[in-house]
Structure formats: structure tokens, C-alpha cells
Design a protein around this ligand. Structure first.
Ligand SMILES: [Fe+2]
Length: 200
């Protein structure tokens, strides 16, 4: 079976070089490299799993099959969160416009309240924070992904991702995680976030 997992490293590099503010080019390149490894590993795992017959019930417990499935879930989840993170970086921050702004105001009361909630969610996480649109209720929610590999709940569309693992900030901000989050929020590409909203 052919793998359909795409590596978007070059696309993100072209979009982001020189547009990440205090997040250095060195951190960006290291981070893109990490993402590329996750994509490659996900492809390898998927091919490896698809190559073999699924194990019988008595072969599952503690089997390499379980380990590969767990690893695949982690690598795919990490790759997709990184894709979202890179996708919404490289802007000038400021204020979102249009429907996105209307929905932020509707669900959080104000842009300031939304940003404070997102900032606190990120600082409370050792892994990821996401803004998601819950398709069932239609509202925006800021979610925390912790421990590593956790994904937003089913039936939601992730619109924005904040990477809170050490590799995202340590080189440029030391342990000042708040300075990193503030810098990141100032480099958001709100147009790209808005384009992820479902068509109305
Ligand atoms: Fe990362």
C-alpha cells in the first residue's frame, strides 16, 4: 500500500525563514529537522505495519505490533501538531479578522480573554496547547495536550498549535517559557488560522 504522509519541511522553511521573530533560524532548522524525522518515522511504521498480516489474538500482548501501533500514533500526532504549529507561525500577530474574530469574541468574550486563556493553557502544558473548533457545539476551546502524543478530542478541528516542549524555546529563551509564548503569540499568522475554519 502506498504511503500518503507528506513531508512539508521545504514548504514551511520557505514560509518561515526570517519571519519567526525571537525564535532563531537555528531553532527553526532544528525544529523542522525534528518534524521531518517524525514524518519519516510515521511513514516507516505505517509501511512496516501494512506489510505484515495483523497478529492473531494470542500474539498481541506485549508484541512488536502493539509497540509499532503506539509509536505510529505518537509520530503521526506529533507530526500533525508540528504542521499546524508551523502553518500558523510567520505572521505579524495583531488581531484576527472576520469570522475568526467574531467566534473568538462570541466564545471567550474578547480577544484579550482568548489570548490570556491560550497563554495560560500553554504555560500549564509540557507538550502542546491547541485552539480547536468543536464541531458538535460549534464553539472554540483551548485544549492542553499533556503528556506527549495526546491529541485533541475527536470531532474537533484544530486551528492553532503552541509547542511547549523544551526544544521549541530553550535555545532562544532559556527557561523563560512566558517570554517564548508571548513572542510566539506576536508572530501568529491569523490569516492562516482563519483559513482553517470550515467553509460557512
Ligand atoms: Fe516541537
Amino acid at each position: 500500500m502506498a504511503s500518503t504522509i507528506a513531508d512539508c519541511t521545504d514548504l514551511f522553511r520557505k514560509k518561515l525563514l526570517g519571519k519567526t521573530g525571537k525564535i532563531s533560524e537555528k531553532t527553526l532548522e532544528m525544529h523542522l529537522g525534528l518534524y521531518a524525522i517524525q514524518v519519516r518515522r510515521a511513514k516507516e511504521l505505517l509501511s512496516s505495519i501494512e506489510k505484515d498480516e495483523p497478529p492473531s489474538e494470542d500474539q498481541i500482548g506485549g508484541s512488536p505490533f502493539r509497540a509499532r501501533k503506539l509509536d505510529l500514533s505518537y509520530c503521526l500526532s506529533a507530526a500533525k501538531s508540528h504542521e499546524l504549529y508551523f502553518h500558523v507561525l510567520g505572521g505579524a500577530g495583531g488581531s484576527p479578522q472576520g469570522t475568526l474574530r467574531e467566534w473568538i469574541d462570541r466564545d471567550f468574550g474578547s480577544l484579550d480573554r482568548f489570548l490570556r486563556d491560550l497563554r495560560a493553557t500553554a504555560l500549564a502544558s509540557d507538550s502542546w496547547a491547541w485552539t480547536c473548533l468543536d464541531q458538535a457545539s460549534g464553539r472554540l476551546i483551548n485544549l492542553l495536550g499533556d503528556p506527549r502524543g495526546a491529541v485533541p478530542f475527536w470531532g474537533s478541528s484544530p486551528l492553532l498549535a503552541v509547542d511547549m516542549e523544551d526544544h521549541a524555546f530553550l535555545l532562544d529563551f532559556g527557561w523563560d517559557r512566558a517570554a517564548y509564548v508571548d513572542s510566539l503569540l506576536g508572530q501568529l499568522d491569523w490569516e492562516s488560522v482563519g483559513r482553517l475554519l470550515p467553509l460557512l
